[in-house]
Design a protein around this ligand. Structure first.
Ligand code: HEC
Ligand code: HEC
Length: 334
C-alpha cells in the first residue's frame, strides 16, 4: 500500500515539488472532464487527489472492505435508491459533490474524513463523520438520515475515508478546492439580472420553474427550488455557497463561464424562491431565523421579505413525512 503523505503547511522545497506534481495531475484529470481549468493552488495549500475506484482493486485492502466502499460509492452517486426512506427530494449526494465527491471546488467530501470529529458552528457541538453525513441527509436531501452505525451509514462513511487515503488527520491547514469558495461581488446581487441569466443559461436543464428534469420518472437534472429541491436549512441556501457552486460548476460542462458577479446574481434569484421548510422550524419563521441567525441564516434570505413574499412562511415539508429527524438534537457529552 502506498501513502502520499505530505507534511504541510510548512512548505519545503521537496513538498513544493510533490505538491506541484499532484496539482498538475489534478489539473490534467480535470481537463479531461471539462474544457476550463480550475484555479491554481495557492502557496501553502494542501492538495490531495483522491484515489479512484480502479485503485481500490489494487489497494490490497480486504475484499469485503472493498465491497463496502463500493457500496458507499453506489449510495453516494445513486442516493435515489433511498428515496422515500432517507431521501425525499430529487438529489443524489453527487448532485452537489460533483465528480463522485472528488472534484475540487465542488465540495470534495474527503476533507470531512480527516478534520472530524470537530466542533460545528451550525449545530454548536462536536460532530463526527457520520453526523456530518447525516447533516446533508437532513437538509440537502430534505431527508431522514440512515441510523448511525447502520450498514448504509457505515458504507457511506467508508467511501469518504477511502477518498481521504493518505491524508494526515487534523492538519490545521488550508485545503485546496474545499467547499465552493468565491470572491465577493462588485455590486449588490440583483434578483432581476439573476432571473434573466437563469432563464438564458440554466432553465434548459433545471426548468423555468426550477423543478429540474425527469426522464421516465427518474431525476435527470435536479430541482433547484420547489418541493423536490434542498430545504431552507441546507448549506447551499447561503448566497455565497450557491454562488461559489455555480461559478465553479455550472452550467454543467461549462464551469467558469458565469462571472463572479453573474454567479451571485443567479444565487440571489434561485435562493429567493420557495422550498421545503427548515427542519429546525419552531412554527414561526421570524423566530427560526433569529435562533440560527448568526451561525447560518445571516447568509441567506429565509424569514425575510423578498419580491413581496415572506420567504419560508409555511408548513410545507415537500414529500418528507416529518419536520425534524431525531438526529437534529443538542449533544452535551456529559
Ligand atoms: C444540495 C446540495 C448538496 C447535496 C445534495 C449534498 N450536499 Fe453535502 N454539502 C453541501 C454543502 C453546501 C456543504 C458545505 C460546503 C462548505 O463547507 O462550504 C456540504 C458539505 C458536506 C460534507 C463536509 C465536507 C467538508 O469539506 O467538510 C460532507 C462529508 C458531505 N457534504 C456529504 C454529503 C453526503 C454524503 C450527501 C448525500 C447524502 C450530501 N453531502 C449531499 C451540499 C450538498
Ligand atoms: C446541461 C444541463 C445543465 C445546465 C445547463 C445547468 N445545469 Fe445545474 N446541474 C446539472 C446536473 C446534471 C446537476 C447535478 C450534478 C451531477 O449530477 O453531476 C446540476 C446541479 C446543479 C445544482 C446543485 C443541485 C441542485 O439541483 O440544487 C445547482 C444549484 C445548479 N445545478 C444550478 C445551475 C445553474 C445556476 C445553472 C445555470 C448557470 C445550471 N445549473 C445549468 C445540469 C445542468
Amino acid at each position: 500500500m502506498t501513502f502520499n503523505f505530505r507534511p504541510l503547511p510548512v512548505l519545503s522545497a521537496l513538498s513544493a515539488l510533490i505538491l506541484l506534481g499532484s496539482a498538475t495531475q489534478l489539473l490534467a484529470e480535470r481537463e479531461l472532464r471539462f474544457p476550463v481549468n480550475p484555479p491554481e493552488p495557492r502557496e501553502g495549500q494542501y492538495v490531495h487527489v483522491p484515489p479512484t475506484l480502479d485503485e481500490l482493486e489494487t489497494s490490497g485492502m480486504h475484499p469485503e472492505l472493498q465491497r463496502v466502499i463500493r457500496r458507499g460509492h453506489d449510495l453516494f452517486v445513486n442516493t435515489q435508491q433511498l428515496r422515500g426512506e432517507n431521501v425525499f427530494n430529487d438529489m443524489n449526494c453527487s448532485s452537489c459533490h460533483m465528480g463522485e465527491g472528488r472534484l475540487p471546488f465542488a465540495g470534495p467530501v474527503w476533507r470531512a474524513a480527516v478534520v472530524l470529529p470537530n466542533f460545528r458552528p451550525k449545530n454548536q457541538h462536536v460532530n463526527n463523520l457520520e453526523e456530518r453525513i447525516a447533516g446533508c441527509f437532513t437538509y440537502s436531501m430534505n431527508g431522514i438520515p440512515p441510523e448511525y452505525g447502520s450498514d448504509n451509514m457505515v458504507a457511506l462513511a467508508a467511501y469518504h475515508q477511502w477518498l481521504a487515503r493518505g491524508v494526515p488527520t487534523y492538519q490545521l491547514t488550508d485545503y485546496y478546492g474545499r467547499g465552493y469558495s468565491i470572491d465577493r461581488p462588485d455590486e449588490e446581487p440583483s434578483y432581476e439580472r439573476g432571473q434573466a441569466l437563469y432563464e438564458a443559461n440554466c432553465a434548459l436543464c433545471h426548468a423555468q420553474d426550477g423543478s429540474g428534469m425527469r426522464v421516465d420518472g427518474t431525476p435527470h437534472f435536479p430541482a433547484v427550488w420547489g418541493d423536490l429541491s434542498y430545504n431552507w436549512g441546507a448549506g447551499i441556501i447561503r448566497h455565497h455557497t450557491l454562488a461559489g457552486f455555480i461559478h465553479h460548476n455550472m452550467p454543467l460542462g461549462q464551469p467558469y463561464t458565469m462571472s463572479v458577479q453573474q454567479s451571485w446574481d443567479i444565487a440571489a434569484y434561485i435562493n429567493r424562491q420557495e422550498r421545503p421548510q427548515d427542519p429546525r422550524y419552531t412554527g414561526d419563521v421570524h423566530e427560526t431565523r433569529a435562533l440560527y441567525l448568526d451561525t447560518f441564516h445571516v447568509h441567506g434570505d429565509y424569514g425575510t421579505e423578498q419580491q413581496g413574499r415572506l420567504l419560508g412562511d409555511h408548513d410545507n415539508l415537500g414529500e418528507k413525512p416529518i419536520l425534524r429527524p431525531a438526529v437534529v438534537r443538542p449533544r452535551t457529552f456529559q
